[in-house]
Design a protein around this ligand. Sequence first.
Ligand code: SAM
Length: 168
Amino acid sequence: MLQRIKWFKKNAASLKNYDVLDVGCNAAILAIDTLKHANSYIGIEPKEVYYKQALVTKRNAGLKRAKILNVNLKQFAKIENDYNYNAIILSRILYHLYPEEILLLEEKILHKCGVAIVVCGAEKKEGKRHNDFEFWNQENVVEFFKKNKFNLGINYSIKKFFAGVATR
Ligand SMILES: C[S@@+](CC[C@H](N)C(=O)[O-])C[C@H]1O[C@@H](n2cnc3c(N)ncnc32)[C@H](O)[C@@H]1O
């Protein structure tokens, strides 16, 4: 099993009793461990091929408390009031977001969340980067969460990625 999935399994209990939003859920693999602890799960995924895979995961794993939406963060921010969430998973997504989406995340979404699970690639070149926040650098990620009134404790860090749980 991938190291970061193992790490997530161990840390998913911090989502206990929360309603969780997973931004860029891909095939919604994280929904499985999330729903061992959380009340509910909403995965948002703009790419149709991954969105369809997420629907397959939901069906095959019998995840009745999971909702999967075929939208990006900008689109979700317009309809977010229709959904109930108070926790967030940001796993290998921060660098994909456009500056406008980072602002929407800060202004509309993060303040509703009591906990955030954060996983970031630690290599400069990982993924398509759409903003200049340099989220491959741990210090920048910790600072971003601090600005948004979270304490992010990085409890896993290897060459390729780092991860932690942010609480209030
Ligand atoms: C590197 S993958 C990470 C997938 C998963 N979160 C994980 O940790 O395994 C990034 C995912 O975010 C999605 N994505 C890209 N831009 C996005 C955006 N603006 N809003 C939401 N999701 C986005 C991609 O389609 C892709 O599935």
